[in-house]
Structure formats: C-alpha cells, structure tokens
Design a protein around this ligand. Structure first.
Ligand SMILES: Cc1ncc(COP(=O)(O)O)c(C=O)c1O
Length: 375
C-alpha cells in the first residue's frame, strides 16, 4: 500500500527493520546514547549549533509538541498573536485558550494567503504581544505560509516566533537563525519518514532558560524539564523506544540521501508529476503551484465522483489518499508525497486515477442511456 495521506508515511525497508531493534530500558545508558544521536541528528538537518539550540524529544503526536511549545515558551505575562488560515493555526489558538494564554487571533479563510500588513498592524496596535505563532505548511490546504517575512516583522520588534513545522520540517526550507525562529515543532512521521510516536521542539536554548522563572503550566509537557534531563542523557518519562530506533534510522537515511535540500527536490518533482498528471485528467488544484508546499497538494474532486468513490477505488488499487477537512470535505481531496515513494509509484497512481474516472464516466453514460430508453 502506498500512503498518500500526510503522515504516517510509507516506510523504507531500513526504517521498518529498525522497529525490531533490541529490547531496551529507557533508563539504560544505551537509550541515552540513542536519544542523544537523535537530538544531534535533528539539529543537523538544518545545521543548528547544539550550544545555541536544543532538540527536545517527546513521546506523542505533533499536537503534544505544539502544546509543549505554547505552554513552555509563552510566559504568564506574555501574549501571543496566532495567525490562522487552516485547521492547525486554529489548533494553536485552541491550545492558547485551554491554557488561558493571553491571545489575539488573526483569522483568514482556510487556504487564504496571510497579509503581512495585517500582522504589522496588530503588532503596532498591541504592544502587549510578545509572541507570534503560526503554521509553516498548513496541511489543511497545502499552503506554505511566509515564515521568513513574518520572522522579519517579529525580529525588528523583539517578538518571539513560534512555528508549527509539523508537515514541513525536513522537506521545506527553514532558516532558523536568519528568519528569527524562536522554536519550531515537528514529528518523526512526516517529512523525516519515521513512525508516529515521537514529536519534538527545536528551541533556542536562551529562551528555555528564560522559561525557568516562569511557573510551569503543565507537568507532562514542560520543555524546560525535558531539556534539562535530556541534556543529562536521561528522560523525565518513559519514551517510545521503538519509535526512537525508527527515527534514528530515518535521520541516517535523510543524511545519506543528501539532507533536506535533496528531499525537497525529490518531493518537488513528484508533486509536479502529480499536478501535471491530474491536470491531464481534468482535475484542478485548489491552490496555484507557487503558493503550495512540495509536500502536499489539494485538488477539487472530479465532477460526479464522490470522495468515498475515489478513495475506495484507489485503495483497491493500492493507494490511500486523504479527505478534505471541515467544509472542504465535500469539495477536495489531498495527495501527499512524503515517505518512501518514487516516480514509478506516482505513474501507477495516475493510471489508477484514470481507470477510475473512465469507469465512472462509462457508468454514468450507461445510466444516462438506460434512462433515455425508458422514457
Ligand atoms: C501542520 C500540522 N500541525 C499539527 C498537526 C498535528 O499532528 P498530530 O496529528 O501528529 O497531532 C498536523 C497533522 O497533520 C499538521 O499537519
């Protein structure tokens, strides 16, 4: 089965084999080594120096890391401007609300582009804002948000920038230092090609130390505590050992394959292949190519074909696509090309699509004819 949903991803054989590594207690030195290898490997993806940056590992999904970032890094006297243009931006706001974090939401329709003037206006009008939080790649629609430009607005005002990079880390450009990123969350099971169960926050160390004076908002998701213990090669809680094995292997494979740049190029070619191929079948993209990530694209459902028909037909042929969320569920489907996927897989996917659409057309033409004959 080829997974074209945005994580979990189709595994390489190496990552699958890593899952059955030796039994290991998380209190043993070997686990400390494994954890340290992963922490270094994550920083190395974007060339971050370990003296200035920490990779903090959590056992949980991406949302756990989002919640850890928001609760650990925004001080009690702080205020966050959350920029929303999809499900995950809205989730950042929901987290702020649950934890009583002072907040202001800047809302756009799902898929709409972010207007930098709006952000400037908010930052000028409300000097209480200490942080801006937003999603890099809004997986709801495939839109890539302008982190670099938002970062420039934050930097000149000394405002922290908290990024959800869950579906972009490892596959898109993220220039932490020059874009002024304070922290970025991601998971093992998207562009890194590991398995679900490990999420992480890459955070500037000086900001974590600042959080020490800030009474914790959460017991389990306190990044400062995780970082302190992980720096000592320990862990506050039981970690997902097998998912760690898989992530260590996935990071090795990423490095051997040429790092994020090479992965980005591989994704770009696959994404283009899918757009071109679906375009030939008359299927239109939701957003123009230059505004989307290389990781995922959303497409309008073809006429007279429901999502369920498309999904089930493709699944029978060995491919899993992904539905739209919320109101978009009626109109779109999504195709993500993360994971161990090659151009030949996408050729087969496009043939499967064509087969389904042809069968559907013949079916509705047949029904039309029968109805005509019985009139
Ligand atoms: C951009 C983004 N943020 C956060 C999440 C939440 O991740 P999880 O489902 O692993 O909690 C997702 C999941 O797809 C995502 O795409």
């Amino acid at each position: 089965m080829i997974l074209l949903n945005p994580g979990p991803v189709t595994l390489s054989e190496g990552v699958r084999q890593a899952l059955v590594g030796p039994d290991l207690c998380h209190r043993e030195a070997e686990f400390g080594e494994l954890q340290e290898t992963i922490r270094r490997g994550l920083l190395a993806v974007y060339g971050l120096p370990p003296e200035q940056w920490a990779a903090v590992l959590l056992s949980g999904s991406g949302t756990a890391a989002m919640e850890a970032m928001m609760t650990s890094l925004i001080p009690r006297q702080g205020k966050v401007l959350v920029v929303e243009n999809g499900v995950y931006g809205e989730r950042l706001s929901a987290i702020a609300k649950i934890h009583n974090i002072e907040r202001q939401a800047l809302r756009y329709a799902w898929g709409e582009s972010i207007d930098l003037h709006d952000i400037s206006r908010h930052l000028e009008a409300d000097r209480a804002i200490t942080h801006v939080a937003l999603v890099h790649h809004e997986t709801t629609t495939g839109r890539l948000n302008p982190i670099r430009e938002v970062g420039a607005l934050c930097r000149t005002r000394g405002i922290g920038l908290l990024v959800d990079g869950v579906s972009s880390f490892g596959g898109e450009e993220l220039d932490f230092a020059s874009w002024g990123i304070s922290a970025c969350v991601a998971t093992a099971n998207k562009c890194l090609h590991g398995v679900p169960g490990v999420a992480f926050v890459l955070v500037r160390r000086d900001l974590l130390l600042g959080a020490k004076d800030n009474p914790e908002r959460t017991l389990y998701l306190d990044l400062t505590r995780y970082c302190r213990e992980q720096d000592a090669r320990s862990t506050p809680f039981t970690q997902s050992v097998q998912a760690f094995y898989a992530l260590a292997q996935a990071l090795r494979e990423l490095a051997v394959q040429g790092g994020w740049r090479q992965r980005h190029e591989h994704y770009r070619l696959l994404a283009h292949q899918v757009r071109q191929g679906l375009g030939r079948l008359g299927i239109r993209p939701l957003l123009p190519e230059q505004t989307t990530s290389v990781v995922l694209s959303a497409f309008y459902l073809p006429d007279h074909v429901s999502y369920a028909q498309l999904h089930d037909g493709l699944k029978l042929r060995g491919f899993v696509i992904y539905a739209g969320q919320g109101a978009l569920a009626r109109n779109i489907f999504r195709v993500s090309i993360m994971g161990a996927i090659q151009a030949a897989d996408m050729d087969r996917f496009l043939s499967a699509m064509e087969e389904i659409l042809t069968a559907q057309r013949e079916d509705s033409a047949g029904r039309h004819k029968t109805r005509g004959a019985s009139l």
